[in-house]
Design a binder for this molecule. Structure first.
Ligand code: ADP
Length: 366
């Protein structure tokens, strides 16, 4: 019989990007005797726990030295992704990142694969975007820059007050113009797929976002439709690794907002509420180890610590703190998170509420 330990001793994994997602990937991946290299600046969170850290310009050196390359941020240096792909070491596949580089491609992908998403149009420039907003959506909708956006950057929410946004007219880039979804709630699902096509999901969660940033989430939310959509998306992409898919739920209708080809902020609760975390699953999937059990051991949730290092000791009464060790506190920057578990959803929600009041006594400033 093959031995996991003897087999895995030789395995080296290179992670492009050294943020908190990379940090947690390594900490969870340390359960296996693997070696972890990271490409980022030396003070990046994941570099603190990596076996070796490489500067951005040293990407070839890192990729040449590892067996498998993955990423924790889809907007990472393009040359590094391309090089890893050329060497046949990149998981998940580069096609997933290509969809994320241009929002319009991602949206068209959903449309072409019959996956439910809000009504949208693609505009070649700002002038066309404003025209579409008027003609198709009666000046109520969301204009999103196609390239370079995350955490709600480059989004314009327009509710009839179109004069305020006349500057968009002079913008010479591509846009997606989308209906404004008056959703009941936002939700997400964390899925994992391996090279043989085995597929698993964690139960979906309810998410609360503010100004394009996840503030907290909790679950499980019991609805199998999320899983079906996730499976169709992951299979069609021949996806390998963990992915997060975000949804709007409007009057019982489920619409994909976006997917992320990586471990996801709404899956942090799996570190404590599940038998195997989303991070360990990713490491398992890309290194051809059997996927783990995604069953939840309890109800769970998470609160992000954003733009502050105010974490009163009392928080520990309700949850478990994960601090990312970033060099500096900045507005809108995710500094850490707090995981909670509970007897039922009400218990989890109550704990989240208590933590929110402790961390943001004056309210959250985003
Ligand atoms: P990013 O890709 O920058 O993270 P998203 O497209 O996920 O941005 O949007 C961020 C947030 O903005 C969403 O979580 C949601 O709260 C809100 N949002 C985005 N698109 C719409 C829409 N069409 N209708 C209503 N709210 C939206």
């Amino acid at each position: 019989m093959k031995s996991l330990i003897q087999d895995s001793n030789k395995r080296k994994i290179g992670i492009l990007g050294g943020g908190q997602l990379g940090l947690m990937m390594i900490l969870e991946g340390r359960k296996f005797p693997f070696t972890f290299y990271v490409m980022d600046e030396p003070n990046a969170p994941a570099c603190r726990v990596a076996d070796k850290c490489f500067k951005l310009e040293e990407y070839k050196e890192m990729i040449n030295q590892v067996d498998i390359v993955t990423f924790e941020f889809e907007h990472v240096k393009e040359e590094a992704l391309e090089y890893a792909k050329e060497k046949d070491k990149l998981f998940p596949n580069i096609n997933t990142v290509e969809l994320k580089r241009e929002r319009w491609k991602e949206k068209m992908y959903y449309k072409n694969h019959n996956l439910p998403t809000p009504k949208f149009y693609v505009a070649e420039d700002g002038e066309e975007a404003l025209r579409i907003l008027k003609d198709q959506f009666n000046n109520v909708g969301v204009i999103k820059q196609s390239r370079g956006g995350y955490d709600g950057k480059g989004h314009y929410f327009i509710k009839g007050d179109v004069e305020k946004y006349s500057f968009i007219k002079d913008m010479k880039c591509k846009f997606v113009v989308e209906e404004f979804v008056d959703y009941d709630y936002e939700a997400s699902i964390i899925a994992v797929r391996d090279k043989k096509g085995n597929f698993k999901v964690y139960p979906p969660t309810f998410n609360y976002n503010e100004k394009g940033i996840l503030v907290y989430n909790y679950g499980p939310l019991n609805d199998d439709r999320f899983k079906d959509i996730a499976k169709r998306l992951a299979d069609s992409l021949e996806y390998v690794g963990t992915m997060g898919i975000e949804f709007f739920v409007r009057k019982g209708e489920i619409l994909i907002n976006e997917f992320a080809p990586r471990v996801h902020n709404t899956g942090h609760y799996t570190l404590d509420a599940a038998f195997v975390s989303q991070f360990e699953q990713h490491i398992r999937a890309i290194s051809e180890i059997e996927l783990g059990d995604t069953t939840l051991l309890s109800y769970g949730g998470m609160v992000n610590i954003i733009g502050t290092d105010n974490v009163p000791y009392e928080v520990l009464k309700f949850g478990k703190v994960y601090w990312y060790g970033k060099s500096e506190v900045k507005k809108r920057r995710k500094m850490g998170h707090v995981n909670v578990v509970g007897e039922d959803l009400e218990d989890v929600k109550q704990k989240i509420d208590n933590i929110m009041k402790l961390i943001y006594p004056e309210g959250l400033d985003l």
